[in-house]
Design a protein around this ligand. Structure first.
Ligand code: SAM
Length: 201
């Protein structure tokens, strides 16, 4: 697939960098994070992300937890703060996003966040949970490929929580997940977003 130059999932954004601060407020969490052009949610924390943080169940206290498509890190950092003994993997393909995630995790004192490109996560790692505001804009086929790759790495008792806008195909995604043999249910529906829970097969 050819990647549009200035889309947020371009590995090397060509739009000039212009970092600025966004505020993440969810529950007890109140943090300032660095965002930038060429990275998803550059202007403010995405409403889907906030919905996931407010509505999904708390993360497991321990184990490896994945933020799939971490952007500049709001979900990963919130997970790290909620579960300081867990290891949070903040995975993305966008190099500018990865750099911001690193800076933001460090500034937030979230030492349990490991920022990584997809191929840098060791094959043996299994996730106690996955939280994701997935990159629906990459297109269906590419997104299914991404989800197949990571959902298969859930630990046996693990669950994934995916937030997807209803208008951007949450129901067809749920149908595809079920058709591919996964145990999926619609956990919440709020402000035009759905949170899908996918349990290990
Ligand atoms: C909807 S954004 C969510 C970003 C961030 N979690 C947030 O809530 O602001 C999805 C992210 O997935 C990333 N992404 C795209 N393709 C990916 C892939 N193959 N593997 C991992 N992340 C990917 C994009 O670069 C983007 O940062």
């Amino acid at each position: 697939m050819s990647i549009p130059k200035n889309h947020y999932f371009n590995p090397t954004p060509e739009v000039a960098s212009k970092p600025h601060t966004v505020r993440l407020r969810a529950g007890a969490l109140d943090l300032e994070l660095q965002a930038d052009r060429g990275v998803f949610g550059a202007r403010r924390i995405d409403l889907g992300t906030l919905t996931l943080l407010k509505e999904a169940p708390a993360p497991p206290a321990e184990g490896d937890i994945l933020d799939l498509g971490a952007g500049y890190g709001p979900i990963a950092i919130a997970l790290a703060k909620a579960s300081p003994k867990a290891r949070i993997w903040a995975v993305d393909v966008n190099e500018r996003a990865l750099e911001l995630s690193r800076t933001n995790a460090e500034a937030a004192g979230a030492a349990n966040v490991t920022v990584a490109a997809p191929d840098e996560v060791p094959d043996g790692v299994r996730f106690a949970a996955i939280y994701s505001n997935p990159p629906v804009r990459v297109g269906k086929a590419a997104m299914h490929e991404i989800l197949d790759r990571w959902l298969d790495r859930l630990a046996p008792a693990g669950a994934a929580y995916l937030v997807v806008q209803r208008n951007l195909g949450s129901d067809s995604l749920a149908a595809w997940l079920a058709a591919s043999g996964r145990d999926v249910d619609r956990l919440k529906s709020k402000k035009g977003y759905r949170i899908l829970r996918v349990r290990a097969a």
